[in-house]
Design a binder for this molecule. Structure first.
Ligand SMILES: N[C@@H](CCC(=O)N[C@@H](CS)C(=O)NCC(=O)O)C(=O)O
Length: 353
């Protein structure tokens, strides 16, 4: 059974909560990733809900148009960062605007106990975060409520929003990135860049599958496990997959060959957070990213692709994880970290451009 983790805490550094009896129903509806647990104590992510597609077909319900769509992200979130990366790489910044929420989860409503993504009141409040430009929403939850009156899932980012129909088109990063890759090519500045080329699709799908399970979602399975068994299993799988990546990257520049693909972006968003956050906060400490020569240099290589460094805000990343999961880090203290400079030289050019 899914339980509300927040009610089981011995201590939580947030405002006092209301009695359980008045909150029971709303708490069970307003869930977060911290509640996604199986009975065995393993983290179990629920699928995203809004799954519409933007299409280059002008007659479709969601046609690719400049100025119509908005991407709500958190710089902290690896899934949202996938989408922001595609937006930058494809040169879609003039066509699709975006806003980042504040990094640390806060109470989203006065009337219940849900904590989640909120907007700042002004652009001065938190560098990198901005108020909702269209509806003055206080939280991402309010956007979901605007889009659907009976939504009962998590209030996640990324959210690809349609300003015209005032609704969420899609909240699944793996699908949003596909749309950004192909559907906006009439207006994209880098239309020729194809991060999911047909000749590599099978390879990319194959790599994405194990990278998602063992690495992208794997770090969450390590960090959110509530029992030793599921943690042991997840951490073994994670390091087996990282070792596999290290071996692959000894022979080629990118994870699917010598050309940058979607699979690299998927891998990158986890690797860039690894030493600063996952190694400590999610107990992924068997080996650090910087102890893997190929993976470390590969991460720098991707970070240095024009546009990519602007998708990484380590300040938001650290504030979010260490500040939003009080069961894991009850005092919200942010560890000092290595402050690695990912713009320093790397050795990946040996494989050629
Ligand atoms: N499958 C989704 C996952 C998105 C997701 O889990 N986002 C997290 C942030 S990293 C979130 O917004 N969580 C809010 C919550 O758990 O309440 C995707 O890839 O887009």
């Amino acid at each position: 059974m899914l339980t509300s983790l927040s009610l089981q805490l011995p201590f939580r550094p947030f405002p006092p909560r209301q009695p359980f009896s008045t909150l029971k129903n709303t708490i069970q509806m307003a869930r977060s990733a911290l509640d996604e647990m199986t009975e065995t104590g393993a983290f179990d992510r629920t699928p995203s809900t809004f799954r519409n597609f933007i299409s280059k077909d002008k007659a479709s319900q969601f046609p690719a148009e400049s100025g119509r769509y908005h991407l709500y992200i958190s710089y902290a979130c690896p899934w949202a960062s996938r989408c922001l990366s595609f937006l930058k790489l494809k040169g879609l910044e003039n066509a699709i605007t975006y806003t980042s929420v504040k990094p640390k989860w806060e109470r989203t409503k006065e009337t219940d106990d849900h904590f989640g993504w909120v907007f700042p009141q002004s652009s001065e409040e938190e560098a990198g975060a901005d108020p909702d430009p269209f509806y003055g929403a206080k939280s991402v939850r309010e956007l979901y409520d605007l889009a659907s009156s009976n939504y009962s899932g998590k209030y996640t980012v990324p959210v690809l929003w349609d300003k015209k129909l005032k609704t969420i088109v899609n909240n699944e990063s793996a699908e949003i990135t596909r749309m950004l890759n192909t559907e906006f090519n009439e207006i994209a500045e880098n239309a020729d860049l194809d991060l999911y080329p047909s000749r590599l699709q099978e390879t990319i799908d194959g790599v994405n599958a194990w990278v998602y399970d063992a690495i992208n979602n794997g770090v969450y399975k390590c960090g959110l496990a509530k029992k030793q068994g599921p943690y042991d299993e997840a951490v073994a799988k994670l390091y087996e997959a990282l070792d596999k990546c290290e071996a692959i990257l000894a022979n080629q520049r990118y994870i699917c060959g010598n050309v940058l693909t979607e699979a690299d972006i998927h891998l990158f968003v986890t690797l860039i957070r690894f030493d600063e956050v996952y190694a400590v906060h999610f107990k992924c400490n068997k080996k650090l990213l910087r102890e893997y020569p190929n993976l470390f240099n590969y991460t720098k290589d991707i970070y240095q692709i024009p546009g990519m460094s602007s998708t990484v805000c380590m300040d938001h990343i650290k504030k979010h994880y260490y500040g939003s999961h009080p069961t894991i880090n009850p005092y919200g203290i942010i560890p000092v970290g290595s402050n690695t400079d990912f713009s320093s030289p790397h050795d990946r050019e040996r494989f050629g451009r």
